[in-house]
Design a protein around this ligand. Sequence first.
Ligand SMILES: Cc1cc2nc3c(=O)[nH]c(=O)nc-3n(C[C@H](O)[C@H](O)[C@H](O)COP(=O)(O)O)c2cc1C
Length: 361
Amino acid sequence: MAHLLEPLTIRSVTLRNRICVSPMCMYSSEDGHATDWHFVHLGSRAIGGAALILAEATAVESRGRISPQDAGLWTDSQIAPLVKITQFISQCGGVPGIQLAHAGRKASTYRPWERGNSPAVPLDQGGWQPVAPSVVPFDKDYSIPCELTVDEIRGIQQKFLEATERSLKAGFKWLELHAAHGYLCHSFQSPISNKRTDQYGVSFENRIRFTVETAKSMRELWPKDLPMSTRLSCTDWYEGGWTLDESVELAKKLKEIGIDLIDCSSGAGTPLAKMKIGASYQVPFADAIKHRAKIMTGAVGMITEPMQADAIIRNEQADVVFLARELLRNPYWPVHAARSLHQADKLRLPDPYQYAAYPKG
Ligand SMILES: Cc1cc2nc3c(=O)[nH]c(=O)nc-3n(C[C@H](O)[C@H](O)[C@H](O)COP(=O)(O)O)c2cc1C
């Protein structure tokens, strides 16, 4: 029976345990370039024993940033600062991963801590007009997006490919497509934000076309021996929105094109969502997709306790767990988890820190 500290090999990559750093925007990049902040933030979690250190949503074009301070990989000069980070993570025994993203209609907002009353950054203060499947803003205070033409859609898909190539050059060993949280892919999938009547709208097949086409071409470009995951919002938590059943069907298609794991999140496609948030609240989505689509899954959301995380793996509800805020609170959570589960001898830390894990005393 698999457990939290058990390694997992996917393609040629071995995760030293099942604990993954969930991607977290730091809103601390300089014109899309990673800084010392990212080196310390991601490096600390690699020292702390997490297996997969998944870097934040990284914009494939500057229009695809959530905020002006977002990470990006739309130009070659953004590769070098990431190389230093991926090398360090690998040296610590972690797997460096990256989440490629396009914010779509949720782009051009202030960083969360600078938002005040209105999230949208005006054009005269460095903002830009977001792009989306349809002219449907996320909320009343958000910028009104312009509708993408089919040619422009192809152009953005090309940007995803260029960023995929740069991710490889930067030394990442795991690629994730961000298709959750109301950003561009998810906004195509959901009838809340997609009002198109062409080949990208109305039917399920059409609404998932952007995500599937993008994932497929990325997967074809990404080396066969390296894993690729996709983060989905498994439900919009809203009547008439994207559903879990649709996520299961999409996961089956993603499996067919070679996606290895679905990272199962939810929501943020509409501010009207009626989310039921509590401990492990998204685990049932990871469980359903794992068993119904027969693909590996990651569970995320309010996973904070070692026994809780271990049970998710042991009960085969997911193959890995992603932790976000708990790993912000404590980059050494894997060490404490291993000790409290009496599995400290199974935790692999960088040599200078191995004493922290074992022996207990
Ligand atoms: C500061 C912060 C930044 C985040 N940025 C991203 C991101 O870049 N990509 C993403 O898919 N999710 C992002 N999320 C969501 C987390 O990855 C995670 O799914 C969510 O916080 C729930 O997990 P938790 O309860 O362990 O925090 C972010 C969350 C936080 C707290």
